[in-house]
Design a protein around this ligand. Sequence first.
Ligand code: FAD
Length: 420
Amino acid sequence: MVFIQEPPHLENTYLSDRTLQSFLRRHIPEDARQEMETSLSELGELAAGPLRDLAFEFRNAEPELIQWDAWGNRVDHIQVTPAWKAYKRNAAEQGLVATAYERKHGALSRIHQFALAYLADRSTHTFNCPLAMTDGAAKTLLTHGNQSLIDRAVAHLTSRDPATMWTAGQWMTEKTGGSDVGLSETVAKKTENGWALYGTKWFTSATTSEMALTLARPEGNPAGGKGLALFYLEIKGSDGLANNLHLNRLKEKLGTRMLPTAEITLNGALATPIVGLDNGIRNITPLLNVTRTWNAISALASHRHGIALARDFARRRIAFGAPLSEKPLHLDTLSEMESTFQASFQLTFELVRLLGRDEVNESTEEEQRALRLLYPLTKLLTARKAVANASEIVFCFVLMGVTKGFCWIIRDFLSIRTEQ
Ligand SMILES: Cc1cc2nc3c(=O)[nH]c(=O)nc-3n(C[C@H](O)[C@H](O)[C@H](O)COP(=O)(O)OP(=O)(O)OC[C@H]3O[C@@H](n4cnc5c(N)ncnc54)[C@H](O)[C@@H]3O)c2cc1C
């Protein structure tokens, strides 16, 4: 008999997560919690089963950019993987964005929504990326109150129907930089058809989205961030054809390879100013704050996922006559990861709680100040801890680390985004 190591098992991601359950018990009244738990345990089951199976089945699949059709027409079509399509269906049906906007549980709806996002995250590659930007776009449009754009897009962005749900992109980074976006070179020209944008966006994820929020400098505006304006654009124009956009190439990335990230040239793409014709960076902040929150949720989910697998494995892996779970040094490693996870969890869900209160105007001035501070801090801290945790997780499985399947798990861990 040749020895085969039993692999770790992943259980229902909700029912096996005592930290989340205890947080909900502390913050959500009994009736509302019971209602939320139905959807949480349903999604937890999918995440440990069919969604995870899809992730494994398509772990090496990548999107493909088809620039020309057989007859010489420029088509710039991105063919996404079957898993990516399934993740979009799942996101709509499970209300991964919608739950926050339906506000069934008032201020607590954000906790419900981000608990769902957290449970699904590790089993859906990086579909959280388009969802983060979709959520951020809905919030930005609602914040600025541009009624015609709200009427046009928000119902799609927050839909539970896979056939009508849209996702959104966030096109900021240019060759000049991603942090220092005030250097952006994209120009907005007023034409008889409306505003037309010219420039190159260097790193745009979720390029298969139906719409995007982007920054451009209206002609004659001063240099720097204040001279940029925030625009809404649809990927296809009103005639159904590509909106004067060229996809130059898909980016060669170390991780997040199922996520289509492209470099795009805007060659007169028609776009609508969302709020005024300047202060674009300030005006896109609602989107940045929402995507920072999603980033923290993703980091937290990867942290939790690693611990869940490592703990389960420790019970199955026998070395030197006993399971790893009985070795004091190994337990010390696991408990250190667990305590960092606990801290990251409480920080992230406190941010989520405050966000929910802020959105229904229930927060105090002090809570508003705390919220502002927590957005960047939580994103930074949770991402750093999750990356360090990924390294520890590798050591928990080190014997198995040579196999390809395992390498994929690690690549999955390292997919924490480094965006704004
Ligand atoms: C997987 C992935 C997906 C992405 N998707 C998108 C997308 O959808 N849309 C989009 O617009 N962009 C996207 N980006 C780009 C991303 O937003 C930028 O890479 C990011 O904002 C950093 O900008 P930069 O690459 O120009 O680095 P820089 O801004 O040049 O930063 C380089 C280093 O300098 C540090 N630094 C920068 N400014 C300061 C400062 N003032 N003080 C101290 N240190 C500083 C940074 O922390 C970093 O360590 C994506 C990136 C990745 C990796």
